[in-house]
Design a protein around this ligand. Structure first.
Ligand code: ASP
Length: 344
């Protein structure tokens, strides 16, 4: 291991909140178990000499991350914030299905944190032969013990990504995550390396966390699809969301639907719904106004989500809307780069 500054005396707290990594077969299929800490400690035994000091805790009720809700992001953020100062780094063992959402949400709530918070999980349970669990935990512990790293990252298959830039790209490959519009921060394989430009370094200032009391805003999404029924647009307005993500095609086009889309978007913006456009394409983000078929978005005053992932945009809306900011402030902050989640 030759990352520049791995420090084996760092104290790392590992928290299991659920996911395949700690699951076992049940009559209904794989389900999370609370005894992961003991099993993991036994598996990590032979690695002890090359790992930092760590302790492992399990949530009382680990879940399949499909069941995760914004309140769970809050619970994890509070857990870390309450223990910040007592540990030199944190590892969160999480289900892969919604890990990118949690990584993004923690990034916003723990902005400025001066130690690494590394999320990881596995495609195959720890106790199943050929599992990727141990390798991912060892990688996460290694990254969590690097004093020059700070902020929320996601480690998978030997690669460390900026958490708020990640998305799940495979439900079976060990390389399950990618950071499509941002380079990885570090990798252990094939050769240990760090991208110093991508690094978030502790700057010596005391972090000030913003952990809202509740994360219960209504945030909806509208995915552009060929043949989109206009009744869907009416149903969205009837639900009176506070935030709306329009998932456009390519660089920012949507079906015009004989003018219905324009009317819908204008109503949404006029009603104060924080309305954002993102691209369905994995790479490149959107450029509002590039095509006539996307002009309705710009004309209505929909915000340009540029190259944000869906996960980052969704959690950012929750984070901002929870703070009861005046809508104009929420809109301004949404387009601002808060934690490296969006191209400047
Ligand atoms: N369904 C699981 C979860 O997200 C999948 C996994 O962990 O890989 O909790």
């Amino acid at each position: 291991m030759s990352l520049p500054d791995l420090d084996l005396n760092r104290r790392i707290l590992v928290l299991y909140v659920g996911g395949t990594i700690g699951m076992r077969a049940s009559p209904d299929g794989l389900a999370p178990q609370r005894d992961l800490p003991a099993a993991l400690a036994a598996h990590l035994g032979p690695w002890a000499e090359s790992l930092p000091l760590y302790s492992i805790q399990s949530a009382v009720d680990p879940i399949d991350s499909a069941d995760a809700a914004p309140e769970d992001w809050l619970t994890i953020a509070r857990f870390i914030a309450e223990r910040h100062g007592r540990y030199d780094g944190f590892v969160v063992l999480h289900g892969t299905d919604t890990m990118a959402y949690t990584a993004s949400a923690l990034g916003f709530m723990l902005a400025g944190i001066d130690v690494p918070v590394i999320l990881t999980g596995a495609q195959v349970p720890l106790e199943v032969e050929g599992s990727d669990a141990l390798e991912n935990v060892v990688s996460a512990l290694t990254f969590a013990a690097c004093p020059s790293l700070a902020g929320v990252g996601l480690a998978f298959d030997g690669v460390l990504y900026r958490g708020c830039r990640t998305t799940k790209v495979s439900s079976s490959d060990f390389a399950g995550f990618d950071s499509p519009n941002h380079p990885p921060i570090a990798r252990l394989l094939p050769v240990p390396a760090m991208d110093l430009a991508a690094l978030q370094r502790p700057d010596g200032t005391e972090p000030g966390f913003t952990i809202p009391d509740h994360l219960d805003a209504r945030v909806l999404s509208l995915r552009a699809v060929p043949g989109l029924p206009t009744a869907v647009l009416d149903a969205i307005l009837d639900m009176a969301p506070q935030g709306l993500i329009v998932e456009c095609y390519g660089s920012g086009t949507v079906p015009r639907l004989d003018g219905h889309m324009q009317v819908f978007l204008e109503r949404a913006v006029r009603r104060g719904i924080v309305t954002v456009a993102l691209s369905q394409a994995l790479h490149g983000g959107i450029r509002l106004g590039a095509y006539a078929a996307g002009s309705a978005l710009a004309r209505a005053g929909v915000m340009d989500g540029r190259d944000m992932t869906f996960e980052a945009a969704y959690t950012k809306l929750h984070f901002l809307l929870a703070q009861d900011l005046p809508p104009v402030m929420a809109r301004t902050l949404f387009t601002r780069n808060l934690i490296g989640e969006i191209r400047d």
